[in-house]
Design a protein around this ligand. Structure first.
Ligand SMILES: [Zn+2]
Length: 248
């Protein structure tokens, strides 16, 4: 009898374990993001992230971002430039984390409306950045100005939360002004509440609007490898200048 009771207890315990494991599996299913983790995300957060760069190719997946006058989708240009920048930085010995390295969004799978997906996408980008305190966030985007096809060139925006952001934006803007648009230099711009990621970022954080998809000439250039390398090199060069300035 005692033995039987023991078996019953063991079986009850077994069923409970099975139930718990099933519950855990279901809960993991619900919190799973609709993106596979980029390989670079496996880097372990550590104490010194001062030479760790989080590259954030804007948009992705369901969110294409701006559409150019000839149909270029912003998310694709953002990713192409970001991957080139990643390679430059890793070759130079920096640690790099990508928020995405394929055409995916970071939104939560349970979000069904576009609005909710955009909110969770931004929140997850911010959460990923916050995993690496002391790192540098560089977000890559393309601009668009409706009704004006002549405006062109890159402009750098900076987060108001950390003084280094403004300095870094200045260095990168200087590279753009020298190498991309000497005839029309631009000023850096502080971000407001409308840019969630940058308004809430704790780290050094800049947003690079690399060019205008509303300008057909610049749109065509932004789709070429050669120009994407030039843009990536401006960001890379500005970043190196900024590091040099901090070490002087
Ligand atoms: Zn964008």
């Amino acid at each position: 009898m005692k033995k039987n009771k023991g078996i019953i207890r063991v079986r009850a315990c077994h069923w409970f374990l099975l139930f718990a494991v099933t519950l855990l599996g279901l809960s993991m299913l619900f919190v799973r993001k609709d993106h596979s983790l980029p390989a670079s995300e496996s880097i372990t957060p550590d104490q010194d992230n001062s030479r760790l760069i989080v590259i954030d190719p804007g948009h992705g997946g369901f969110d294409g971002g701006a559409v150019g006058v000839n149909g270029t989708i912003e998310k694709d240009v953002n990713l192409a430039i970001s991957l080139k920048l990643r390679d430059m930085l890793t070759d130079a010995g920096f640690k790099v984390v990508m928020t995405r390295d394929t055409d995916t969004a970071l939104s939560d799978t349970q979000d069904t409306t576009v609005r909710r997906r955009k909110i969770s996408d931004m929140r997850n980008r911010l959460n990923l950045t916050n995993l690496y305190p002391g790192s540098v966030l560089i977000s890559i985007h393309q601009n668009k100005l409706a009704g004006n096809s002549s405006v062109h060139g890159g402009q750098i925006f900076y987060s108001p939360n950390e003084p280094g952001s403004k300095e870094l934006a200045g260095y990168i803007q200087a590279e753009f002004n020298t190498n991309i648009q000497p005839e029309k230099p631009r000023e850096i711009v502080r971000t407001g509440k409308n840019l969630y990621l940058f308004y809430n970022a704790k780290n050094t954080a800049v947003l690079c609007e690399c060019g205008f998809l509303s300008n057909p000439d610049e749109e065509r250039l932004l789709c070429t490898d050669e120009y994407q390398y030039r843009i990536a090199y401006c960001i890379f060069g500005g970043l190196l200048e900024w590091y040099d300035g901090r070490n002087r």
